[in-house]
Write a protein that binds this ligand. Sequence first.
Ligand code: KIV
Length: 259
Amino acid sequence: MTPTKITPAALRAMKSRGEKIAALTAYDCPMARLLDEAGVPFILVGDSLSMVVLGFPDTTHVTMADMEHHTRAVARAKPQALVVADMPFRSYETVTSAVENAKRLVAAGAEAVKAEGGRAIIEQVRAIVAAGIPFCGHLGMLPQHVLEEGGYKVKGKIETEHQALLADADALVAAGAFAMVLELVTRPVAAEITKRIPIPTIGIGAGADCDGQILVTPDLLGMLPWFNLKHVKPKLNAAEQMRTVVREWMDEVKAARAR
Ligand code: KIV
């Protein structure tokens, strides 16, 4: 069967059919190709780029230029998957900058953009959607706010957070978002949002009831042993395997020189 290009509508249809959506991040062309060949329908050029590729302590350091550069690399893989690019910190503070920067990401090859927040950025979301750019929301723990929040905290435990999440989710749907990431949201609240809204919820540390799950690919592959994450059990110990293979190859190089 010829693989078909994944669109926002295709992801919404997956929710209607009860088909779970497995989403992963990519920051370069070969990784995007491998994920696409594995059949991943949703590839996020995440601003986690900041930490997992560029070596910064959090996502507030990544720039529009960084995101454009890595979005171009991912888009060169021409994946069947939908390519969604994160709008970096402070790139959507006003309606004008949000639309301008979303257009830049689309020019770099993104087929949709994602930004963090609900009602606080709703004018920006409406304007991005009105410009014809598919928009994916991101609620719960918002990594771009980690400095003001003082850490990565689970959201929805208290009633005010629960009600705020429902109102933000409703607002994003009304503004035309086609999907939303729920990050570190309590399982019951994530389940409630998932039932309540017509668009897919993609969870990360938000329990199994979301319409899909997203992970940072290097976390899934065990490439970053320095980060200790509760919500992901690596499926591979790539870091250890890489160290072993590199040491073996170095031994071969040294043995050849000694001969
Ligand atoms: O930047 C990222 O990788 C993300 C995912 C964790 C959802 O936003």
